[in-house]
Structure formats: C-alpha cells, structure tokens
Design a protein around this ligand. Structure first.
Ligand code: AMP
Ligand code: MG
Length: 319
C-alpha cells in the first residue's frame, strides 16, 4: 500500500500533530535528526516497520535503530547496565546508538531487531526529532530516509528526491547538522564493541568507558548485517526446505497464501503481513520444537526479496 502523495509538513504544533497521527495509523514519516533524516514508523507495529523496508526497497532485513525521547524510555525497552547508563548520561541526547539486551516484553516488533535478543537504541538531539517523539509518545524505528543503496539524506528535498510518493510525510526542518550517521556501540557482551564509526568519536567514548572500545574484525567477527554470519542472526534450530509445494511426512509446513499450513506467514498472500510475521513465525517453530520445516514459495518482488534473503540464510548449512 503506497500513499498517493507525500505530505510536506512544517514542524509546528499542527505539523507535529499530523505526523504523530500518521504514525499512530501505521504510516511512515521522515523526520530530521542531528545526523541525517530518518524514516520513522511505530517500532511496536510490525506492518508499519515492514513498510519501511518496502519504501526503501531494502533487499534484506537488517535490524533498525529505535529512537526514544529520553533515557527513561530507553530503560523500558533495553536492559541498561552501569556502562550503558554512564555512556548514555554523557552522550544522550546525541549521535550515539547503543546495542543492548532487549527487555522481555518490551513490545518492539521482532522485525526491528531481526529476531535478535538485542536492540539498538538512541535518544536524538534534534529538537524536531524530540518534539515528534514526545508528541507521538512511543518508540520510532528509523533507518535513514533514502532508497536502499543511495546516500543518506540531509534535507527534506533529498528525502523527496528518493521517496516522494512512497512515504506518507516528511517533516521539513532544513538541513541536518552532522550529516554522518550515529556511532554504534554494542554493550551486550563483556567487551564494548564499536560496530560503526559516526558522530561520536571513539576517543570520546573511551573517556566515558574507561577503555577504548574494540573494533570488530570485519573478516572474522560476527555482524548481524553481514551475510553468512549465521551465529549472529536469528535462525530456527530446525532445518529449512524452501520453495516447498507441500510438506513431506514429518515436516512442519510454513505456508504463504490460501491453503495455509501448520502455520502461515500470510494466509492472504500479503508480503507486508508476511514480513511483519516472519521472525515471530521462526521463533514459534523453535517453541514447538520443529526439526524439519518446509516453507512455501514466496514471490520475490517487493518485500519478498528480503523475506527470501532471510529464509535462504536460515536454510544455509551451519555447524
Ligand atoms: P541504520 O542503517 O543507520 O539504521 O543502522 C542500523 C544498523 O545498526 C544495523 O545495520 C546494524 O549494524 C546495527 N544494529 C541495529 N540493531 C542491532 C542489533 N540488535 N544488534 C546489533 N547491531 C544492530
Ligand atoms: Mg542508511
């Protein structure tokens, strides 16, 4: 479902109220942050989050950053240990994203975390981003507001040049200040790991952490966004057989389209619904102890590309 046109909103009271109403209805709103323009959706609404991937034409479900108005809101979603509290107190609001253990029952869509048990979260400093988060009153999942493969937008005009007619609205607050993306620091394991360089320099982090964060080795370390690194992204324990017309004896069938299956990504054959349900279905297969899983064919257009990418990686041989 694509909006007929993209509304250009002024970030005054009426514009912010309109943006929040669109977000509550499951729509997409681009908004300025101090780094780049983000493409926001309600992080608790799987279909809205799926629409982000569709609008961007992203061919894979990498996890998204959740934007919240303050540290208290972050604590409701993530488990914040002493280091996280110290770094957050020093750098939030600001261009720092923390990857932290997700709080059970946080209510964030599994598509946001790509089924992982960690969540990436930040408190942006831009006054319009903060005003939107406060008016909306919930967490916003927001990657950069550009089509996949294009440069990140630093103005509303950039956003429209890539996404006009594909998103519901853009809040125009002029050019962004930083123009580079947020620094991403993972605090899920024993070491602090710098997953991405960005607006907050590593040296500044080191001062707050008491030690320089580790930079992952791009070849050997596990990153959720690099293909083939199965240990680092969610895959069910059972083996998957893809493009299965029907299950063989002993297989659990994950369906798509009419006729269903033991469980279905979308009985209606709707790719947005399938994307929203994907990680929930994979977790459910583990919960019921499925050892052999047959998956119905999924079309490869639109969101189907990212769904098939994730299924292929889940089906790849592993140790
Ligand atoms: P962006 O494209 O700017 O929204 O950045 C999102 C990036 O943050 C992803 O591609 C990952 O590298 C990182 N990220 C987000 N969520 C997680 C997570 N739960 N665990 C590890 N890295 C994450
Ligand atoms: Mg981007």
């Amino acid at each position: 479902m694509k909006p007929a046109r993209t509304e250009l909103l002024v970030p005054d009271e009426a514009g912010l109220a309109r943006a929040a109403a669109i977000l509550r209805a499951g729509g997409l709103v681009a908004f300025p942050t101090e780094t780049v323009y983000g493409l926001g959706a309600d992080a608790r609404d799987g279909r809205a989050v799926a629409a982000i991937f569709e609008a961007k034409g992203r061919p894979r479900f990498n996890p998204l950053i959740v934007h919240v108005p303050d540290i208290a809101a972050a604590r409701e979603i993530a488990v914040m240990g002493d280091l996280a509290e110290a770094v957050a107190a020093r750098f939030w609001p600001g261009p720092l994203t923390l990857v932290l253990p997700i709080r059970p029952g946080a209510g964030v869509s599994e598509l946001v975390t790509a089924g992982l048990e960690s969540v990436a979260i930040r408190v942006p400093a831009h006054p319009v981003a903060r005003a939107l988060l406060n008016t909306f009153g919930g967490p916003l999942a927001a990657p950069s507001a550009n089509p996949s493969g294009r440069v990140s937008p630093t103005s509303a005009a950039h956003v429209l040049s890539g996404l006009d007619g594909r998103i519901d609205a853009v809040l125009d607050a002029g050019p962004c200040e930083v123009g580079v993306e947020s620094t991403i620091l993972s605090l899920t394991g024993d070491a602090s790991v710098l997953l991405r360089e960005g607006g907050v320099p590593a040296e500044a982090l080191a001062a707050a952490l008491g030690a320089m964060p580790v930079r992952p080795d791009p070849v050997n370390d596990l990153r959720p966004d690099s293909p083939g690194q199965l240990a680092s992204h969610y895959a069910p324990r059972g083996t998957l057989r893809l493009n299965a017309a029907r299950p063989e004896p002993g297989e659990v069938f994950l369906g798509f389209g009419p006729g269903g299956g033991d469980l279905t990504l979308s009985e209606a054959g709707d790719l947005t619904e399938a994307a929203a349900r994907l990680f929930g279905c994979l977790h459910h297969l583990d919960e019921i102890g499925a050892e052999r899983i047959a998956v119905a064919p999924i079309p490869s257009d639109g969101l189907g590309a990212a769904i098939n990418d994730r299924l292929r990686r889940a089906a790849a041989p592993r140790d």
